[in-house]
Write a protein that binds this ligand. Structure first.
Ligand code: ZN
Length: 190
């Protein structure tokens, strides 16, 4: 789905008028164009084709990739939410390149999202791609819609998706939390 930039530009001009601004003043003249270009970039998950992934044959007990940065856009308020994703899985004789995991995260983050769905989609994609049913994904995000307005939260929202063994085995789950502990997000100082 290609985005309709002309339509976005018209809509932005209307919003500027609706809030009492003059869309023709110097600082705002290029804003509709800039906004349309920005949306095209940060929502590229809609237009991109899911990348191909190469698997390597390798023995490993537990793989944890922590601290993957992401930026997404909340579908309820169209404001950014952003933070870190930590991915763990138990390989079934095959491991996936680490940069591929990062690409999976970006692919699902760059569209209108809610954090819960983003976390589930990443877990499902990692399970599909690694051919392992044992996957755990923890996401932590600051939501500008909860920081700038409403409850004015300064702490990140945490969502976990547990699949297979990670759901059954508390020790395994705890091990992942221990490993990712140094890479977690902390409460902001305001
Ligand atoms: Zn929101």
């Amino acid at each position: 789905m290609a985005i309709d930039k002309e339509k976005i530009k018209k809509a932005v001009r209307m919003i500027l008028e609706a809030i009492g601004e003059d869309p023709n003043r110097e600082g705002l003249r290029e804003t509709p164009q800039r906004f349309a270009d920005m949306l095209e970039e940060i929502l590229e998950g809609y237009t991109n084709i899911e990348p191909e992934y190469t698997l390597f044959t390798e023995e490993s007990d537990l793989v944890v990739i922590s601290g993957i940065k992401f930026y997404s856009l909340c579908e309820h308020h169209l404001l950014p939410f952003f933070g870190l994703v930590h991915v763990a899985y138990l390989p079934k004789g095959k491991v996936i390149g680490l940069s591929k995991i990062v690409r999976i995260v970006q692919f699902y983050a760059r569209r209108l999202q809610i954090q819960e769905r983003l976390t589930m989609q990443i877990a499902d994609a990692v399970a599909r791609v690694t051919e392992s049913p044992d996957v755990m994904v923890v996401s932590e995000a600051y939501h500008l819609c909860m920081m700038m307005r409403g409850v004015k939260m300064a702490s990140p929202t945490v969502v976990a998706a547990l699949r297979g063994e990670f759901r059954k085995d508390n020790y395994l789950k705890k091990e992942v939390y221990d490993i990712i502990a140094p890479y977690r997000l902390y409460k902001l100082p305001f």
